[in-house]
Design a protein around this ligand. Sequence first.
Ligand SMILES: NC(=O)c1ccc[n+]([C@@H]2O[C@H](COP(=O)([O-])OP(=O)(O)OC[C@H]3O[C@@H](n4cnc5c(N)ncnc54)[C@H](O)[C@@H]3O)[C@@H](O)[C@H]2O)c1
Length: 276
Amino acid sequence: MEKLLKGKVAIITGSGRGIGRATAELFAAEGAKVVISDIDPTPAEETVAAITSAGGEAVACCGDVSAPDFAAKIVQTAVDHWGALHILVNNAGFTWDSMIHKMSDEQWDKILDVHLKAPFRIIRAAQPYFCDAAKKEMEETGRATARKIVNISSVAGVGGNLGQANYSSAKAGIIGLTKTMSKEWARYNVQSNCVAYGFIDTRLTQDKEKGIAVDTGTEKVAVGIPVKQRDLFIRMIPMGRSGTPEEAAGTILFFASPLSDYVSGQVLICGGGFSM
Ligand SMILES: NC(=O)c1ccc[n+]([C@@H]2O[C@H](COP(=O)([O-])OP(=O)(O)OC[C@H]3O[C@@H](n4cnc5c(N)ncnc54)[C@H](O)[C@@H]3O)[C@@H](O)[C@H]2O)c1
């Protein structure tokens, strides 16, 4: 059987670790050429090395997705290396939680910038390689190649979550952006879908006491979940366990592949049976 992403060029933000990295490795194994991107260069380079040593093709483009010039830079990296862009996965992100009365403007803005404004800017920068390229193909062959936007949301974006006014709002907003793109670019054969994760084992869901911190540019913010809350969340999952990054990547592959060529504007909850 032919590989699902043979010859496709994909951008995956936040692919140095966690769900993004597992997705990058899966895409590469399925024949895609992948732009690996992360704010932290070391894990991004490690992902590139893992893919290339397994016989795949990958290149790194590092930086903060919320920087104003980042969108142009990452799209250009794909085009400079491989002359095209077919798949965009907006995955990069982190959490910066507190109850609303303690949440600063900076906390709100940063999380909205990373999880919503950055995907908006990257989608906008990809327009020539999604829509103009499709127009040209339609003129030449009568049909455009399917192109894919996969945005990453959360059950917090679907149902809200205590202490996550900023994150829940951003993850709800990305659903609106996903659905809008499924309408605006449908005529160019672009499918735009969203995966909303429940509880996937990454550093964002590890025990907070492990002390893993993300540098926001102005301060170091501890990520993770207090152990009691973590245990409670896991008990609420019908399958009784958290998901692995590899299981999470499978849902992104579905939306990036021809298996979903007639599916657009959808939100798929990947949450071990958790539904809302
Ligand atoms: N893990 C879960 O249970 C879960 C649940 C719902 C949604 N999500 C979402 O899944 C996505 C991936 O998260 P993960 O769990 O794999 O976390 P992770 O921390 O393992 O991976 C996220 C990667 O994004 C990078 N990143 C963070 N901020 C960035 C920025 N400003 N610019 C560029 N790169 C940046 C990090 O350095 C990291 O390597 C996120 O959007 C997250 O909100 C995760």
